[in-house]
Design a protein around this ligand. Structure first.
Ligand code: ATP
Ligand code: MG
Length: 327
């Protein structure tokens, strides 16, 4: 069976963008593939974290992903910092990644603009750690949102370069990007992607938001002055809401345009809000149950790390040997 690997950072409250762009696929792929999933907490400290909050975010993200439907018996689900091979391989790969390649990464440019006071080396080398995450498991496919496409390309280049020097070592992975939902935009600034690290709470819908908060945020969502629900260039806000509605109901653009023909944005936003709240309700309920059972969560992530490490160690050994480290 083909191998799937993907990870998400516990860098804040998991958003509807994360869910529609990545997590929904993670769940669906479990039936068909060998899936391995992680919380990428090593990546998270590229932006300064408050320790207690970081710890809480990590546990909550773990419970939330179980609530979304990850089956930890089927799919090893672990926390990256608990499998040391990630950091070890990342160091090796750093030495096979060019400064210029990292400099071209748009995420680095975006995030260093956002945090000009903390442009640390980890933020710069984030993509080689991500390459290590993926390559350790010899993944065939990596389900991600479109913002990660460039990092997957770089991962392939690093793997290909290493294979060229030392012979076949890493499988070259491919991104697996959904047709709808691959890039959910901010509700307040629909030219930017929705991000869980965004400080403006009205910009993003959290998977765990209460229905009344979801409704309020959709009602405040930025649209345009045309007052016509249709997909068109320049209508970023409306296009985004249509995309979200399409993801949670399975309806096409034409069906949505017909549904709201002659109606204003008020009706449209309310309907989208209700559909999203309804879609997320069972996840929130399951999350509450998991959070009541911390022992179970602890047992789950410890077991996940054990399973992941068996695979990761094999790849790392091979790499160390090929590079010439004394065994
Ligand atoms: P941060 O702002 O801390 O980087 P993030 O919201 O970008 O958080 P990540 O943990 O970096 O989340 O990414 C997790 C997954 O969610 C990735 O697969 C990424 O492609 C996907 N993703 C992130 N934002 C969006 C979005 N707005 N629309 C669709 N997918 C997204
Ligand atoms: Mg991100």
């Amino acid at each position: 069976r083909k191998v799937i690997f993907s990870a998400i950072q516990p860098s804040g409250t998991i958003t509807l963008g994360n869910y529609l762009g990545a997590l929904k696929n993670w769940i669906e792929l479990q039936d068909e593939y060998e899936c391995i999933y992680a919380l990428a907490d090593l990546h998270t400290i590229t932006v300064r974290q408050e320790p207690a909050k970081f710890r809480r975010n990590t546990l909550e993200a773990y419970a939330l992903l179980l609530a979304c439907g990850i089956d930890p018996q089927e799919s090893p689900f672990f926390i990256q910092s608990q499998v040391p091979e990630h950091a070890q391989l990342a160091w090796v790969l750093n030495c096979y990644t060019q400064f210029g390649e990292l400099q071209r990464m748009t995420q680095f440019k975006d995030k260093s603009q956002k945090h000009p006071d903390n442009i640390n080396a980890g933020l710069f080398t984030y993509p080689s750690l991500m390459a290590a995450d993926i390559l350790l498991y010899q993944a065939d496919l990596v389900p991600v949102g479109v913002d990660q496409k460039q990092h997957i390309e770089l991962t392939r280049n690093i793997a290909d370069r290493f294979n060229g020097l030392y012979g076949q070592t890493f499988k070259l992975p491919e991104g697996y990007i959904p047709e709808t939902g691959a890039k959910i935009m901010s509700l307040q600034d629909p030219a930017r992607k929705m991000s869980k690290s965004d400080e403006n709470v009205n910009s993003s819908i959290a998977v765990l938001d209460r229905p009344e908060d979801i409704m309020r945020k959709f009602k405040r969502a930025v649209t345009d002055s045309e007052a016509c629900v249709r997909r068109a260039p320049g209508k970023d806000g409306v296009n985004n809401l249509m995309g979200i509605y399409s993801c949670v109901t399975g309806r096409t653009d034409e069906e949505i345009e017909a549904e709201f023909a002659g109606k204003g944005y008020g009706d449209f936003k309310t309907t989208v809000g209700e559909a999203v709240a309804e879609h997320l309700r069972p996840i929130r309920e399951k999350f509450d149950d998991y959070m009541k059972n911390k022992d179970y969560l602890e047992q789950c992530y410890a077991e996940g790390a054990r399973k992941a490490e068996v695979i990761a160690r094999k790849t790392l050994r091979k790499v160390m040997k090929k590079v010439g480290f004394l065994q």
